[in-house]
Write a protein that binds this ligand. Structure first.
Ligand SMILES: [Ca+2]
Length: 337
């Protein structure tokens, strides 16, 4: 989450200082639940001997108006709207999936941060009764996030869970460091925040969403977010409670899927709410963010986003998480070039 922002910014908890992050047990929280808030083509990317390949959308780059002057989350630094240029690059049309990540782990033996720490953050609705009995800590202020021992990308909801029936869903519980390792393996990299937003806007100028200004044009669900009352009731209007198979919703104008909702996406930049306020070459021409920081930018929102709480599925929205953090609603895509 973004340091200094209000409690409603905690869309994705960070590992932080454990004593400060965690509060009560799930049962204690349940007892107090009333207090909860209410030109493209498909190319194959090749890297030496590995067989990884993914659909790339080739973008020529250019100028666009980045950010938004929406003022709901001032600590996020969404504005000011500014003219930014990016060079051409290729971006994966789809998020990296569990199948993709499985191939990477099988080839490299990569051990994720969630495995090293021995736990990750899981949204309460997905924890089995058996696993819940072992849960002793939840995130203070965002009590729907539970620390679940043993949860990682292959067992996203802890012991006994699996991704066998979710091979085409986005991989989750991957830290920024894990995402970087995957990108390196496929011969790509994470997008800069500017590249991410250029791609996500799909050629539209300052639209509220990646497809236009209406959330549900003609009643169509355009992304996997939360319908109902967060965090207690999900009416599943879009058909999905947690992650959805990548590419389940319409692509944007550039043929890129899931840039809103489903899972948050890691970017390469360190997060700053103010670095880009000054018009300088480093903030306007192929910007890469500040040199240093404590958290990395994430974009796009997730299946947990709802307008009542966190409408960061807007294409200009942003937040951040620490590089070693992992959650059940945070993944990534790859760029090249
Ligand atoms: Ca949904």
């Amino acid at each position: 989450m973004v340091e200094g922002s209000d409690s409603q910014s905690c869309c994705v908890p960070d590992r932080g200082e454990e004593s400060a992050v965690f509060a009560a047990t799930p049962k204690q929280v349940a007892a107090n639940s009333s207090e909860l808030a209410g030109d493209s083509g498909c190319l194959a990317a090749e890297n030496g001997n590995n067989a990884a390949s993914f659909d790339l959308v080739r973008l020529d780059g250019g100028n666009f108006r980045m950010g938004t002057d929406d003022r709901r989350f001032p600590a996020d630094g969404e504005g000011p709207v500014r003219e930014v240029s990016v060079d051409g690059f290729g971006v994966s049309a789809r998020l990296v999936t569990n199948e993709d990540f499985d191939a990477f782990v099988s080839a490299t033996g990569h051990v994720t941060d969630a495995e090293r720490f021995g736990w990750s953050f899981v949204f309460k609705d997905f924890v089995s009764a058996e696993v819940e009995r072992e849960v002793s800590q939840v995130v203070q202020g965002s009590e729907w996030w539970w620390r679940v021992d043993g949860s990682y990308w292959r067992e996203p909801e802890g012991l006994g869970s699996g991704v066998e029936d979710r091979g085409d869903h986005p991989v989750t519980h991957v830290s920024w460091t894990d995402a970087m390792a995957y990108c390196d393996w496929v011969g790509g990299r994470l997008p800069t925040e500017a590249e991410w937003e250029f791609a996500a806007r799909g050629g539209l100028d300052q639209a509220r969403f990646a497809w236009g200004d209406e959330l549900e044009p003609e009643g169509e669900h355009m992304c996997n977010i939360w319908q109902g009352e967060f965090p207690s009731v999900n009416t599943l209007g879009d058909g999905w409670h947690g992650t959805s198979p990548v590419g389940s919703f319409s692509a944007n104008g550039y043929g890129i899927y899931d840039v809103a909702g489903n899972v948050w996406e890691w970017c390469s930049d360190w997060f700053s709410a103010s670095f880009h306020r000054n018009a300088r070459r480093v903030t306007r021409e192929n910007p890469k963010g500040p040199r240093n920081g404590s958290a990395k930018v994430i974009r796009g929102g997730s299946y947990l986003c709802h307008d009542s709480y966190c409408n960061r599925y807007r294409v200009g929205a942003r937040t951040a998480n620490t590089p070693d953090s992992s959650t059940g609603n945070l993944g990534f895509r790859v760029v090249v070039g």
